[in-house]
Design a protein around this ligand. Structure first.
Ligand code: HXC
Length: 288
């Protein structure tokens, strides 16, 4: 889909880059020639991922164990990156989440999510942004949110609140930092199954009882997302030719969140003969 070497000259940090969607996006940037830095909490996992992505791409992929709940660690690690050469882009991908009735959540439970998704994303963004501003360099921020930023997220309220905050940060910084040539966009992925998310959002007892997370019900495109499809949008947003696009939160969900709105989304299960019958029934009421 993209020209070889499209991302050459880019240096991109991906938080939560050791596994899941972060690893997938980091691999796509590296394959297209970008230098990539990945952050995560587990050093061993990060090292394995960095070695795997570097080998597959021929690009430089550096692993740095950083827990973005720790603001001091963020600033120190960001300084080390910029000392070796400035970033051109930041992908805020690290997140934490689990499903729970909201009334069961303690202040600690809220903080477990908000300290990663809201505070961690903010602190990482500022650590990169202030260095770009100080050096007079352009920058590019991509944050991974969810479609709950528009609909709310029952049973995932700390995540929904935090992700909505990240969407607001995206729109705010697009305006505030636009004059400094720093862009900010977000992708709101729908269902892109990964081990980390699915174990916490679709645990086995829930899947067995409700079928949640196993099918494509309610998704107009009739299927879950492929990681490569998220990678492609991430590359597009981070690529040099995309320099005028800022402040957008783009859903990538096969139409799922739009279809969850309104009364008639279940009608996609009807076939031609059902519709003929329905049309007859409606027209019969007109004749009365
Ligand atoms: C209620 C819970 C709980 C649960 C933890 N807590 N799990 N409360 N129900 N299921 C409470 C604990 O009792 C405790 O409060 C507090 O939360 C902190 O618990 P810890 O076990 O110490 O949590 P911690 O080690 O901080 O780990 C939390 C986490 C972890 C960081 C979120 O789950 C994690 O490492 N996740 C990996 C990343 C991840 O979640 N990825 C998926 C992101 S998916 P008390 O009061 O008892 O001390 C996503 C969007 C997906 O973001 C969109 C799909 C469509």
């Amino acid at each position: 889909m993209f020209a070889d070497g499209l991302m050459r000259g880019q240096k991109i940090l991906v938080t939560g880059g050791g596994t899941g969607l972060g690893k997938s996006m980091a691999g796509a940037f590296a394959r297209l020639g970008a230098e990539v830095v990945i952050w995560g909490r587990r050093g061993g996992v990060l090292d394995d991922t960095a070695a795997e992505l570097a080998e597959a791409s021929g690009s430089t992929v550096t692993a740095m164990p950083v827990d973005i709940r720790n603001g001091g660690a963020i600033d120190e690690a960001m300084q080390a990156i910029f000392d070796a050469g400035p970033l051109t882009g930041l992908v805020n991908n690290a997140a934490g989440n689990f499903i729970s009735p909201t009334e069961d959540l303690s202040p600690n439970a809220f903080n477990a999510i908000a300290s990663i998704v809201a505070a961690g994303t903010f602190n990482t963004t500022v650590a990169a942004g202030k260095r770009w501003i100080e050096a007079g360099l352009p920058g590019n921020i991509l944050s991974i949110v969810t479609t709950w930023v528009w609909t709310g997220g029952p049973f995932t309220v700390p995540s929904a609140m935090s992700k909505a905050g990240v969407a607001a940060m995206t729109q705010s910084l697009a305006q505030e930092w636009g004059p400094k040539r720093i862009r900010a966009n977000a992708i709101a992925p729908g269902p892109f199954p990964t081990k980390g998310a699915w174990e916490r959002l679709m645990p086995a007892p829930l899947m067995e009882k409700t079928g949640a997370g196993t099918g494509a019900a309610g998704i107009p495109m009739g299927r879950m997302g492929e990681h490569e499809e998220l990678d492609n949008l991430a590359v597009f947003l981070m690529a040099p030719g995309c320099a005028y696009l800022t402040g957008e939160v783009i859903a990538l969900d096969g139409g799922q969140w739009l279809a969850s709105n309104g009364n008639f989304h279940s009608l996609s299960a009807l076939d031609r003969s059902d519709w003929d019958m329905i049309k007859g029934a409606i027209q019969a009421t007109n004749a009365k």
